[in-house]
Structure formats: C-alpha cells, structure tokens
Design a protein. Structure first.
Lengths: 112, 113
C-alpha cells in the first residue's frame, strides 16, 4: 500500500512565477492537510480539505495561495507570484475520517 | 491560541545515554498529544501519542506521559542509538480526530557512536 505521495520533491521557481505542488493521499483516505515548514522551524498548518471541500483554511495566507482536492486526482497547493519568503518545505498529510495523519516526504520549494 | 514549546536543540548525546526532550503545551480543553520524528530528507512519522491525562504513549523504546497538571509531554528513552538521530516534534490536536495539528519548533538530536 503506497504511502502519501508528493511531487515534485524539489521545485525551483523565480520570483513572480507560479508553483503547483501535488499530493496524492494514501488509498482510502479522503482527508488531506497541508503544512509549511520554514527553515529550522516546526510545521505550520495551512489548510484541511476533504474531497471537493475546504474544511479549514485558517492557516492559509490571504493572497496568492489556494488549495483544492478534486473528486478525481491529487490535491493541489497553488502559489501564485511566488516571493523569496515562500521558500520552504511543504508537507501534505492524509487520513481517514478522524484518524491518524500520515505525512508525505514533502516538496522543497526554492524561490530565486 | 494553542501552542507547543519544545526544548531547544540541537542535542548531542553519546550512544546508550539517557534522553529527555522537554515539551510543554498551552491549550483550551483537553488536547491529544503527539511526538513525531523526521529523518533527513523524509516526512514526519508518528512516534507515539496520548489522548488523555496520565496516558503513557510508547514506541521503539521511547515513552511520554500526558501530564495535565504540568501541561507537559516530555519524551524519554533509556538508551539511545545512532539510528535515533533525527528531528523530533511535539504536537497537539484539540480534537480527538487529530485534525489540525499544532507543532513545536522541533529538536534536532544527534547520537554519536
């Protein structure tokens, strides 16, 4: 049973470009969470989604960031017009209803 | 809001030494408490958890006890190994279903042979 998959593992963007990060949850999991880890810091919650619904986006920056989890396909975290401060590791986790969160390996975004 | 404070690192120990990593929390209500471990280049893995006061979580020789009176969840291991070198995160969830997790800043542990 494959774990949570994220791609790409490493992403380099120039300032002003768009970044798209993908997360495929574990089989049977319908809940997805995105977290951001800045260098030498802990993970900060960004958003919690179920299929086709955003449940809690209290940790998402108000501008430039969006997330979706369509009926088919992976969850996408989209960052428009990236800035250097967006450089971080972005982790996705998935779970069953009310269950343990399983984390993916992360996408390391570098903004030049 | 809810928060988690961890012992600052890095922590460097010799193999077979005793390990303690302190963790205290602030939360309304009765959170669930977790320790996660992150090995280099990998995502986080759940190490252990406790869901109510006085519960003891344990796994792979690591233990932590949910202390409501001191709002603490310190991680301990009696004899560490080189393979325990990693970053350890304390976390809480204010719902039993472990939805939004609130993490401490992490403690980097290095074990020397």
């Amino acid at each position: 049973n494959a774990g949570v998959m994220q791609n790409p593992r490493h992403l380099v963007r120039r300032r002003g470009q768009e970044a798209r990060l993908r997360c495929s949850p574990m089989k049977g999991h319908s809940h997805v969470y995105w977290y951001r880890q800045l260098p030498e810091e802990g993970l900060k919650f960004m958003v919690y989604l179920q299929k086709e619904n955003i449940i809690d986006e209290s940790g998402m920056p108000k501008e430039r960031f969006s997330a979706e989890f369509p009926k088919e396909g992976p969850s996408i975290l989209r960052i428009q017009q990236v800035v250097r401060g967006d450089s971080a590791a972005y982790f996705c986790a998935s779970s069953e209803q009310g269950g343990e969160q399983f984390f993916g390996p992360g996408t390391r975004l570098t903004v030049l | 809001g809810d928060s988690v404070t961890q012992m600052e690192g890095p922590v460097t120990l010799s193999e077979e030494a005793f390990l303690t990593i302190n963790c205290t929390y602030t939360a309304t209500g009765y959170p669930s408490l977790f320790w996660y471990v992150q090995y280099p280049g990998e995502g986080l893995q759940l190490l252990l958890k406790a869901t109510k006061a006085d519960d003891k979580g344990s796994n792979k020789g690591f233990e932590a006890t949910y202390r409501k009176e001191t709002t603490s969840f310190h991680l301990e291991k009696g004899s560490v190994q080189v393979s325990d070198s990693a970053v350890y995160f304390c976390a809480l969830s204010d719902s039993p279903g472990a939805q939004k997790l609130v993490f401490g800043q992490g403690t980097r542990l290095t074990i020397n042979p």
